[in-house]
Design a protein around this ligand. Structure first.
Ligand code: URA
Length: 249
């Protein structure tokens, strides 16, 4: 069966609508108290279309709240930032709660080999603002780069280095330390989100990126969220994100 973006299992639908816990919703279903489009459904695996099907409990209509969902994912390496890959490679859809929050999509992208904070939401308007260059939300990246970087070599990045698709906005860059095997740990904050931007910036100063991790996006921080795990943003994180867009943080 094709997984339509707004379909989910009936017990999940009821739980999300706040009728009962998932387990409690299962009990309601098996007790014959739930109907879909006028027909009593007792099968637990039944899928419903949250936008089109009429679900009732004890003949009272149940609907999902329209509140959008905002999620942060700790993206592991080797996972594509896409909801579907025609070649069947692992993508973030397999890590996100897509049944629970139909219509989730990633905001921007991290390369397959980049780890770190990836936002996903169902709010197209906010996503558009975050992705628009005028949004200018600072993104922090920790990179391990090839070679022994000298402080003065970072200056072009701070000034706004020229790439083949135009000049970058000035970045904030710090040398964090040197590794024995002739690599350097750096931290960089950028406001744009051009394709492979950090990798291209360091290649332009002849220190290609070996590994890349994004610990924060604007005011949002991964903290101790495990690789591959997700969590909902708190209300205050959402306020902070809106404020960051207004240039207040
Ligand atoms: N810059 C990159 O080069 N890659 C990423 O994944 C993110 C920023």
């Amino acid at each position: 069966m094709q997984n339509y973006p707004h379909t989910m299992r009936l017990q999940r639908f009821l739980a999300r609508a706040g009728v009962a816990s998932r387990r409690g919703s299962e009990t309601l279903i098996t007790a014959g108290r739930v109907s879909v489009n006028g027909i009593i459904v007792t099968e637990l695996g039944t899928k419903v279309d949250a936008e089109r099907d009429a679900v009732c409990v004890d003949s009272i209509a149940v609907a999902l709240a329209d509140k959008p969902a905002y999620i942060m994912l700790h993206k592991p390496s080797g996972v594509l930032t896409t909801m579907h890959d025609p070649q069947g490679r692992v993508c973030v859809a397999s890590l996100l709660p897509v049944d629970e929050f139909p219509g989730l999509f990633p905001v921007g992208r991290l390369d397959a080999d980049t780890t770190g904070l990836l936002l996903a939401m169902t709010d197209g308007q906010l996503a558009q603002k975050l992705l628009h260059p005028s949004g200018h939300v600072w993104k922090c990246y920790e990179a391990l780069v090839d070679g022994h970087v000298m402080e003065h070599e970072l200056e072009p990045l701070r000034q706004g280095i020229m790439l083949d698709d135009g000049p970058c906005l000035p970045a904030q860059v710090e040398l964090v330390g040197y590794k024995a095997s002739s690599c350097t740990q750096v931290r960089i904050h950028i406001r744009e989100g051009r394709k492979n931007q950090v990798k291209r910036m360091f290649s332009a100063i002849h220190h290609p990126v070996l590994t890349l991790h994004r610990p924060s996006f604007g005011p949002l921080e991964l903290g101790s969220l495990a690789q591959g795990a997700w969590r909902l943003l708190s209300d205050s994180e959402l306020v902070d994100l809106h404020n960051a867009l207004k240039g207040q943080s």
